[in-house]
Design a protein around this ligand. Structure first.
Ligand code: NCD
Length: 358
């Protein structure tokens, strides 16, 4: 069912900016019990998010979010973190099944969605291209329409730009985009935003430097657009010339954030609050020669860290392939491992928002 055409089963995210629990579906009970247990806190946040109509809604790209949507996710991810710390999980998704469909390699995204479902009491059907009728020539939409018959929510990663948005039009169940080609990785951007918020306490006014393969990196495409929801954010894009941020993304950022492009990280390291590093995406190059020409041209090491602010944080969606040396891993400013843990809390939040009726 088209995301653009309203339907009964699939809904667009609501645009309400209200963060109060004023909707008719808000329950006074949830308010009363707020804070009394981690599960009550989770339920209360889901109730407060009701005006944004998350229930049954797909997450396809960051453009569908307002700042209030981001606040919903960050608040619920924090609730999930507490829930896991106190009691490991709960049974909010009991009887629900997640279809985890990956047509590209994945460690973190796939595993964090899977454990997110388990921690909320749900089950998971894992599907990858090997061993399915994809090998017999089945279309993406037919494979997904099959899997949605057996499941309640779908997660899809696919190498083709726009494929997740396209296939969503055929589906009745909510679909969460786990990365489509070089275009978008919205759930990663949400966990990245949650990590920045957790580490700095705010996002307004920060200088975020993105370093690496900005041409092919879908995480930086989504994150830079997501940061447009905050005030006075400055983006510094640092990359070899051949790997610069696509013009289409720069156009989308115009007038919403201040940004500039650089070839040398030393020009901006001193003013940076968040250093977001990405790997050179070997699999997306036309030839090995083009990859060899740019790989290894930037590295985060102790020398670079000495030039950075004391409260700068270093993030990376991972995997890393040499662009951050292990010698800096124990620097408290390097938060890429807690960022990874935040992935599970954020995906618990997204699954709960999609599946739990407020
Ligand atoms: C990223 C991705 O798949 O886009 N990884 C992830 O989801 N954590 C980044 C990458 O592969 O380089």
């Amino acid at each position: 069912m088209s995301f653009l055409v309203s339907s009964i089963k699939k809904r667009k995210l609501g645009s309400s900016s209200s963060s109060s629990s004023s909707s008719s579906s808000s329950s006074p009970d949830a308010k009363k019990t707020k804070g009394s247990s981690p599960v009550d806190a989770v339920r209360s946040t889901i109730t407060n998010a009701a005006p944004r109509k998350w229930h049954g809604t797909s997450v396809l790209g960051v453009d569908q979010f307002t700042k209030t949507h981001l606040e919903d996710v960050f608040a619920l991810a924090e609730n999930m973190k507490q829930l896991v710390a106190v009691q490991g999980g709960c049974d909010l998704l009991k009887g629900k099944v997640l279809g985890n469909v990956f047509y590209e390699n994945s460690t973190r995204t796939r595993a964090s969605f899977e454990t997110a479902a388990y921690r909320l009491g749900g089950n998971v059907l894992n599907i990858s291209t090997t061993g399915t009728s994809v090998k017999k020539g089945e279309t993406l939409q037919d494979t997904l329409r099959c899997i949605e018959c057996y499941t309640d929510v779908l997660v899809l990663r696919h190498p083709e730009n726009g494929s997740v948005v396209r296939v969503d039009e055929y589906l009745k169940k909510p679909l969460l985009n786990a990365g489509d080609g070089t275009r978008e990785h919205p759930t990663q951007a949400l966990l990245d935003g949650f990590t920045i918020m957790s580490e700095h306490g705010f996002i307004d006014g920060l200088t975020v430097t993105m370093l690496g393969d900005l041409k092919h990196g879908r995480t930086v495409h989504s994150l830079s657009k997501l940061l447009c929801n905050f005030s006075n954010v400055t983006l510094r894009f640092v990359s070899p010339d051949a790997l610069q941020m696509p013009a289409k993304i720069l156009t989308a950022l115009q007038g919403k954030v201040t940004f500039s492009q650089h070839a040398d990280i030393n020009e901006v390291i001193g003013e940076t609050d968040v250093l977001y590093v990405t790997r050179v995406q070997k699999e997306r190059f036309a030839t090995l020669e083009e990859y060899d020409a740019v790989q290894g041209t930037f590295v985060v090491d102790r020398t670079l860290m000495q030039k950075a602010k004391d409260n700068m944080i270093v993030m990376h969606p991972l995997p890393r392939v040499g662009e951050i040396l292990e010698e800096v891993d124990n620097d408290p400013r390097c938060v890429y491992f807690s960022q990874m843990a935040n992935g599970m809390y954020t995906r618990m939040a997204l699954l709960a928002l999609a599946l739990v009726k407020p």
